[in-house]
Ligand binder design. Sequence first.
Ligand code: RNT
Ligand code: ZN
Length: 429
Amino acid sequence: MMNTESIKEAYALAKKNYAELGIDTDYAIEQMKDLHISLHCWQGDDVAGFESPDAELTGGGIQVTGNYPGKATTIEELRQDIEEVLRLLPGKHRFNLHAIYGDFNNEKVDRNEIEIKHFQSWIDWAKKNEIGLDFNPTCFSHPNANTGFTLSSKDENIRQFWVEHVKCCRKIAAEMGKQLGTPVINNIWIPDGSKDTPIDRNTHRALLKKSLDEIFAEEYPKEYLKDAVESKLFGIGAESMTVGSNEFYLAYAVKNNKMICLDNGHFHPTEQTGDKISSVLQFLDEILLHVTRPVRWDSDHVVTFNDEIQLIAQEIVRANAMKKVNVGLDYFDASINRIGAYVTGIRAVQIAFLFAFLEPVEKLKEFEEHGKNFQRLAWLELLKTKPFGAVYDYYCLINNVAVGENYINEIENYETIVLSNRASSEILM
Ligand code: RNT
Ligand code: ZN
């Protein structure tokens, strides 16, 4: 058990240690105020949603694996879980909904029929919890997505259905933003692609462009709604071609002043998403990130404090781009305690940003400008062994949330008291 005195003592030492390197730990903590992470709703229930009691993720080229007991199966359970997650996190966050998470009240509401009334209880919940919302059309887990094509479908009825769905989503998102007083990001991701080498990639891409133009024809105030488009490399069953590739969406975003959503699971394994940030920001005012952990493929494992996440955070901080980068999460691991998956992943992202805020950027730039590349390298290595953990612990302490390993105990308690009593658990345990 971590106790308050030892956390404070460790911080005092860390503060001194960093100060000797010319780094102000209090200032680094202060900067964490600008980090608002958008928590994805779909880690809580394995991307099932609430369209029907037996809803589950199908198709779309993405996959949830694992059957750890205790998943949320109702809106009330998901809200309860997210409140627990928020209780264990320092800082102010947002919540990112998919269209299938509406409050449908046992009514069958098709995707092209969703309205603001199906999300009013989420808005009220967000207000009560003092958090902003974000939104996503759901263009998968639906019979009209069975062919593998949605907004780029050659079947005009199918294409129109999905255009209508995304239009409904933008309308809902704008109203959410209006009521909450903070713009909602509506992020469009579609699974469209093909398993084997297609002949006619061009028509699908022309159709996707046409659909997007139709969708964005309606303008909403930027204070209510911001639009993002998410590119991808491949999906399961769509290995040979993805219609919404990186080139497609980056070009679309630049030309139409939309945000690109960079999901770090959506590139070739040796590409670095951190490296892309300062490139796209030369041409776009703002971008969205889907922070995840791909293991061999776009597997969406829980985020950990690894090199990739460090570079993403460092590049944002070094480019002074905190206000231009919206940080969202995108992972879904059903093989471990889902609340634990949320909190561990989110804390990893926070630690990466704190680590970046603790970097003496000016000093490092100076080395670089003077060709002192050994010094630059040595400092970067040195920083990896500095006591940033003590700074993060203190940041948790002053935010009145569980410090260090204490959060693990809290999640174990929640599992005993809440999760283990859920109906879905009884069958599996
Ligand atoms: C899929 C995309 C997309 C989804 C979510 C559920 O590869 O990353 O963001 O994961 O919409
Ligand atoms: Zn994503």
